[in-house]
Design a protein around this ligand. Structure first.
Ligand code: IPE
Ligand code: IPE
Ligand code: MG
Ligand code: MG
Length: 421
């Protein structure tokens, strides 16, 4: 059995830009087969091949490298482990990836989604409409619906579908609605006053309205979900809504707890973040009619990307400003939410425990704790953890055909890591 581990070494969008062609209009997203013959050239290290795809009748190329190690019965597991170890941060593209370019191949889908989101929130109550508008119009990266579209198109292609379906589109809308509801509630719990660069819903309309608006959006998304009439997807996504609550409860009940272990942190992160992303990518594959092998791989991709994403978010809370993030910075530790950088730092620096357990009662002790987390390698070890999960995500999508969609899914993983590079 051949195992592929392909790493993009050049971002396709770069070719679009360098050819002076900034729109994706010239690329028929349903006809990725149009890419000409795949030429392989050995690049001297034995197992890695450069793959160069030329688009028919154009001068545009996409270059990627493909691992062609063939695990044997005896050496297979070891080969996969070596492969995973070998994927260090440097092996990810160093060309900065912007979110706009990243989602270029599904930009039309995202535009339609934005229009539809406004109409499906459609609450009867004017206060709820204003609350929903406040957060939807504030923007957001639309990463989850973009993932739905990318997996939908990649798996549709795999199964020979002409186009994605109305159900794929509705799934993307439901997912963004659920994500937005979770942000409204999360901001109430975190007492955050800024989200997507704007005032939070509870800050603007009060906690009662924020709780109700979040509930309303969860309920509304459940209604749309039920109308998709797919029991597998209904079970998958209703579990996610339950997971959010479990994640928030877990977090709230372990504040300032210096005995919290890395695996507990990862479980909480799965509940709060990875569960929804995994359901997005798996649900998309289900609606293409994929077999369980593919749907599970898509689930693994979403789960590991989600974990990597949360670890990166937790690092950024230490390293970036509120202006850069569009939400408050440096508040996780202040509020006692001990994330990956702190958990790693606690292993090295016993003094940190005393400061955290005192709940920063002494003036200057929070700054001291932040400095300790940074000086004893907490950030670097968290970076390694984010990369470990990223590598697993990349491995899971090697079952997809080489296409602009798979490349964008790989670039999504790289983009996330680049945020902390
Ligand atoms: C924020 O998610 C919550 C986390 C999982 C860290 P995003 O960073 O995707 O938020 P928006 O949608 O772009 O605002
Ligand atoms: C992210 O948790 C998951 C959610 C359910 C919102 P965070 O608490 O880290 O999210 P931010 O940092 O507030 O966006
Ligand atoms: Mg939060
Ligand atoms: Mg956060």
């Amino acid at each position: 059995m051949m195992s592929f581990t392909s790493k993009s070494i050049e971002f396709f969008g770069k070719n679009l830009v360098s050819c002076g062609c900034s729109s994706n209009a010239s690329f028929d997203r349903n006809k990725v087969r149009n890419y000409g013959k795949v030429n392989s050239k050995g690049c001297g290290n034995g197992a890695r091949k450069l793959i160069c795809c030329k688009k028919k009748n154009t001068t545009q190329y996409r270059v990627s490298s493909m691992e062609t190690a063939e695990p044997t019965l005896n050496g297979g597991a070891q080969a996969i482990k070596d492969l995973a170890k070998g994927l260090n941060l440097k092996s990810y593209s160093e060309t900065p990836i912007s979110p706009n370019r990243l989602f270029e191949v599904v930009s039309d889908d995202l535009q339609t989604l934005n229009k539809n989101l406004q109409s499906i929130v459609g609450a009867e109550n004017p206060v709820l409409i204003s609350a929903a508008e406040q957060i939807f119009s504030a923007g957001g990266k639309r990463m989850r619906p973009a993932l739905v579209f990318l997996v939908s198109r990649a798996t549709a292609e795999l199964l020979g579908l002409e186009d994605i379906t109305v159900k794929h589109r509705r799934l993307a809308e439901i997912i963004e609605m659920i994500h937005t509801a979770s942000l409204i509630h999360d901001d109430v719990l975190d007492e955050s006053d800024l989200r997507r660069g704007k005032e939070t819903v509870h800050q603007m309309f009060g906690t009662r309205v924020a709780v109700l608006a979040g509930d309303f959006m969860f309920a509304q998304s459940s209604w749309y979900l039920a109308n998709l009439e797919n029991i597998e997807v209904i079970k998958l996504i209703s579990q996610v809504i339950k997971d959010f609550a479990s994640g928030e409860i877990k977090q709230a009940s372990s504040l300032f707890d210096c005995d919290v272990q890395l695996d507990e942190y990862l479980i909480k992160s799965y509940y709060k973040t990875a569960s929804l992303i995994a359901a997005s990518t798996k649900g998309a594959a289900v609606f293409s009619g994929s077999d369980s092998n593919i749907t599970e791989k898509m689930y693994e991709y979403g789960k590991n990307l989600g974990l990597s994403f949360q670890v990166v978010d937790d690092i950024l809370d230490f390293t970036q400003s509120a202006e850069q993030l569009g939400k408050p910075a440096g508040t996780d530790l202040a509020k006692g939410n001990l994330t990956a950088p702190v958990i790693f730092a606690l292993e090295k620096e016993p003094k940190l425990r005393d400061i955290i357990e005192s709940e920063f009662s002494e003036i200057g002790s929070l700054d001291e704790a932040i400095a300790l987390v940074k000086s004893c390698g907490g950030i670097e070890r968290a970076q390694e953890l984010a990369k470990e999960k990223a590598d697993l995500a990349i491995q899971s999508i090697q079952c997809l055909p080489q296409s602009v969609y798979r490349l964008a899914l790989e670039d999504m993983v790289t983009y996330n890591l680049q945020r902390i590079a």
